[in-house]
Design a binder for this molecule. Sequence first.
Ligand code: GDP
Length: 365
Amino acid sequence: MEHPENSAEFEGLMVNSGVGPVSIVNPYLKRGRYSRHKLTAGDYVEGILKGNVSVLGQAVTLVESTNPDHQTIAQEVIEKSLPYSGKSVRVGISGVPGAGKSTSIDEFGIHVLKEYGGRLAVLAIDPSSERSKGSILGDKTRMEKLSVHPDSFIRPSPSAGSLGGVARKTRETIILCEAAGFDKIFVETVGVGQSETACHSMVDFFLLIQLAGTGDELQGIKRGIMEMADGIVINKCDGSNVEKSQLAATHFRNALQLFPMPESGWQPKVLTYSGFYGLGIKEIWDMIYEYIDFVKKNGYFEFRRAEQSKYWMYESINEQLRNNFYQNPTIADLLQAAEKSVLEGQRSSFVAAKQLLDSYFALLH
Ligand code: GDP
C-alpha cells in the first residue's frame, strides 16, 4: 500500500496534525469479577500480582483520581506493589505531533512482543490531554495492532493537570504495571516543552523521533532535548524521502559529536526507519537492547534508576507543599488581596510573597 505522503501532490514531508490521545479498546480488558467499590487495597494488590489487567486498570484509575479517599487507597496499593516492581525495560518515546509516534509505537510494540516475549504497557505523558468524559472508547484508536494484542496494556495520559502531577501519576502507574508482570514499558510524550524532561526522568532509554525536513531540522530542536536522547530515529524514511532522511541522519550525527560524552558512557546513535512500512524497526530495538546491556554492565542502569527515585521524592515533596499552600482557604483569600496590591504597585512581589509565606508558616503552628 502506498502512503499518501509519498504521492506527487504531497508537498514535502511536513508535520501533520496527527490524531488525538490514545484510547483503550482492548477487548481483553473486559470487566472481571472484581467490582471497584468493593475492593480493598489488599484486593487490588492481589489482583495486580496475579496480572489481572482489569484490576490493574481500576487501580490506575484510583492513582489518577483526585478524590482523597481514592488517593489513600492508591498510595497503599503503590507501596505494597513496590517490592514487585522495577524488573522492566522502560523506554521513553518522544516526537512532535505528526512525527509518527502512534504508527511507530504500534510497530515497535508488535516487534518487541514477537522478538522478546513478555508483556508491554504503553503509557503517556501529555499535560494537555483531556480524556473524553466517561467514554474510554470515544477516541480514535491510534495503535490498531497493539490495542487488540493480548499481552499489551495501553493507557492514555492522565487527564490535564500540572505537568508534575500528570507525570507523577504516570510514574506511579509504571510501578503498578511492573508489579502486574509488564516487563516492557513505553512512555510516550509529545515533543513540546517540559514533558520530555519528565519522561526522561522515569525511563531507561529515551528515544527521540525526528523527521527529515528542509535541512533546518536541527535548528527547530532544542539542544536540551537532543542531549537527553539515547537514540535519535528519523521516521518516514521511505519513498522519495529516503535520501533526505539519510542526510538528516548525518546532520544529527555531526551535531551529536559536538556534545560532551553523556554520563552513561554511551554515544547516542542515529538511525533511519519507516514506521508505516515497518522498515528498520529491528535495528532500533537491537540498539535499545545493546544500550541496556551496556549500561547494566557499567553500572549506569542502577545509578540512573536510583537518581530517578531521588528526583521523584523531591518532586513529590514540592508538589504536595505547593498544593497544601494553594489549597489553604486562608491563603487563597490572602493571595487575592496580595495579587491586587502587587498589580497596583502598593507592594513589591517579594514583600508580598514573604508576607504570604509568613502567614502560611504561622498557620502551621
Ligand atoms: P503522531 O502524532 O506522532 O502519533 O503521528 P501518527 O503516528 O499519527 O502519524 C502522523 C502521520 O504520519 C500519519 O498520516 C501517518 O500515516 C504518517 N506516517 C507515520 N509513519 C510514517 C512513515 O513511516 N512513513 C510515512 N510516509 N508516513 C508515516
